[in-house]
Design a binder for this molecule. Structure first.
Ligand code: MN
Length: 300
């Protein structure tokens, strides 16, 4: 098995919540269609609300929420309200435009650990109407060495029921203490592997926690082994062959598209494109000024 390239995450803050941003970073912008990976927690709290992201818009992507511990309450401009727990999946397909909020609910476990992921939509699918899905019946496989859940796309013969628009993989792999596991890969996919708890080795390489390890296409299996047991995330896909333009919460193709989305979001609180999130207690997040100069739209 070839050596994986270690891509250390960058620490930043989302409000009060410390996150490790593993994608995009300078060394790597995407893995397959995956274009964003924020890792947060594990953390304990009592009266605080560690996750509190006020209403904000998205275009051109899917948000994929995966928890290892705790709860997050999602609300969006379609009227969806969804509480997510570990082992469940929230997928929001923004299409041309949607807005949502994410927060720690009242009546929580006092724990939080998870990842916020984004998937870039291919050009043919990126202007579709927005939709939201919650899945709590994801395909799962158990073996003496451990188990895995496929939450996005397909892996090892299992396919997630979540909507997917690219050939891709999103899976959580648990390996039990003292075990070794051979996990089949698609040789046309590139992959990222992240150890999120415990300890494990990828081939001969000892994995650092919360570091993304990149594997170029061409491998047909991962060899994972552990002494104490561990949990890993596996993301992958066919390398995305469309150049994307990503800025703030928007994924587009041109600066003009970004500028238009920025203008439409900031112009009014209930635009046809982005709608309005009901039930969130607080103000929404305005887009920062878009830094690039683009010609104004035609006056028609
Ligand atoms: Mn969001």
């Amino acid at each position: 098995m070839p050596t994986a390239q270690a891509l250390p995450a960058r620490t930043t803050y989302l409000g009060m919540l410390e996150i490790r941003r593993a994608l995009p970073i300078r060394e790597r912008r995407m893995i397959g269609p995956w274009c964003f990976l924020d890792r947060y927690g594990p953390l304990s709290f009592s009266d605080a609300k560690p996750m509190d992201v006020a209403p904000h818009p998205h275009i051109g992507l899917q948000t994929v929420t995966w928890l290892l511990e705790g709860e997050v309450l999602h609300r969006d401009s379609l009227g969806s309200e969804s509480l997510i727990r570990p082992g469940e999946l929230n997928v929001m397909t923004s299409g041309r435009g949607i807005s949502h909020s994410e927060e720690t609910p009242r009546g929580n476990s006092g724990r939080l650990s998870g990842v916020q992921l984004w998937v870039a939509l291919p050009d043919a699918d990126r202007n579709q109407p927005a939709s939201f899905e919650h899945h709590d019946d994801l395909p799962r496989m158990e073996s003496p060495a451990g188990n895995f859940i496929v939450f996005s796309g397909a892996a090892a013969g299992l396919r997630s029921s979540a909507s997917a628009y690219s050939q891709m993989t999103g899976a959580e792999i648990t390996i039990h203490a003292g075990q070794r596991m051979l996990f089949p890969l698609d040789i046309t996919f590139e992959y990222g592997v992240m150890l999120v708890s415990g300890e494990a080795q990828l081939g001969e390489e000892r994995l650092e926690i919360d570091t993304l390890y990149y594997l170029a296409p061409g491998d047909d299996a991962l060899t994972i082994s552990t002494r104490a047991g561990g949990k890993l995330l596996l993301l992958g896909g066919v390398p995305f062959d469309e150049p994307i333009f990503m800025w703030w919460n928007f994924v587009a193709r041109t600066a003009a598209e970004i500028a238009e989305a920025q203008r439409e979001w900031n112009a009014r609180e209930d635009s046809e494109r982005f709608g309005k999130v009901s039930g969130y207690n607080g103000s929404r997040i305005n887009a920062p000024p878009f830094p690039l100069r683009v010609p104004p739209p035609p006056a028609s």
